[in-house]
Design a protein around this ligand. Structure first.
Ligand SMILES: Nc1ncnc2c1ncn2[C@@H]1O[C@H](COP(=O)(O)OP(=O)(O)OP(=O)(O)O)[C@@H](O)[C@H]1O
Ligand SMILES: Nc1nc2c(c(=O)[nH]1)N=C(CO)CN2
Length: 203
């Protein structure tokens, strides 16, 4: 409650807040109330693939400034971009989230989660315990090689688009159009629904 004599005898312990600080606080506050929607792709083809994907979902759910809105079904998928049969099949899924993290921080968090699962980088598209890619971040388009948005190959990958379409049938890949429209061209890629492998969204 404001004392009635506040104007005549201001509280001497209250210091004026510089305008620049007020601006920064207002900006941070509006970000907090304006979370961005991002889509992540999870993949694993070494070790216990389902446990690893669940671990990644749990780690994401534990991230401050991030809320998971949907977790897709799990698909068993043929390795994309390498010789058929040259590495184990993947488990893939997609997570839709809302976050107040900027893209760079979301990417750092994704890297940290990969590292927690002892991801090794041997060769391009080589087998891995865990891969976490940022597929889209709120319609952002960027050609920064460190974080290209949308992910530069997402629109060619059934292992991304099939689970994504399950949890968001109206999804679009910025610059490439509706996921539903991209899917027919990718029909032969070897993506099999695994009814026995489901990911839980932590409370
Ligand atoms: N949208 C993105 N999501 C994740 N990493 C990205 C993205 N755009 C660019 N990168 C960069 O790609 C580099 C290689 O990433 P990574 O090792 O996960 O590739 P990959 O999974 O083998 O292949 P791909 O990029 O085709 O999925 C990373 O160091 C990262 O900086
Ligand atoms: N099926 C499948 N193939 C891939 C995958 C993946 O997650 N699933 N990830 C790759 C590099 O990101 C390369 N190839």
């Amino acid at each position: 409650m404001t004392p009635s004599n506040a104007a005549s005898s201001p509280d001497p312990t209250v210091q004026p807040v510089p305008a620049s600080v007020v601006q920064q606080v207002d900006a941070a506050d509006s970000t907090l109330h304006n979370p961005k929607r991002a889509v992540l792709s999870l993949g694993s083809n070494l070790g216990n693939r389902l446990e690893t994907l669940q671990g990644a979902v749990d780690a994401l759910a534990d991230t401050p400034g991030l809320r998971i809105k949907a977790v897709s079904p799990v698909y068993e998928t043929d390795p994309w971009g390498v010789d058929p049969g040259s590495q184990p099949t993947y488990f893939n899924a997609v997570v839709i989230l809302k976050t107040t993290l900027p893209p760079s921080s979301l990417w750092e968090r994704a890297q940290a989660i990969e590292e927690a699962f002892e991801r090794v980088r041997d060769s391009r598209w080589g087998p891995r315990t865990l891969d976490v890619d940022i597929v889209t971040y709120q319609g952002a388009v960027s050609d920064d090689p460190a974080l290209t948005l949308p992910h530069p190959r997402a629109h060619e990958r059934a292992f991304v688009l099939v689970p994504w379409h399950d949890v968001d049938p109206d999804a679009e890949v910025p610059g490439h159009g509706a996921v539903a429209g991209l899917l027919p061209a990718l029909a032969g890629q070897g993506v099999r629904f695994r009814a026995d492998a489901t990911l839980a969204l932590p409370d």
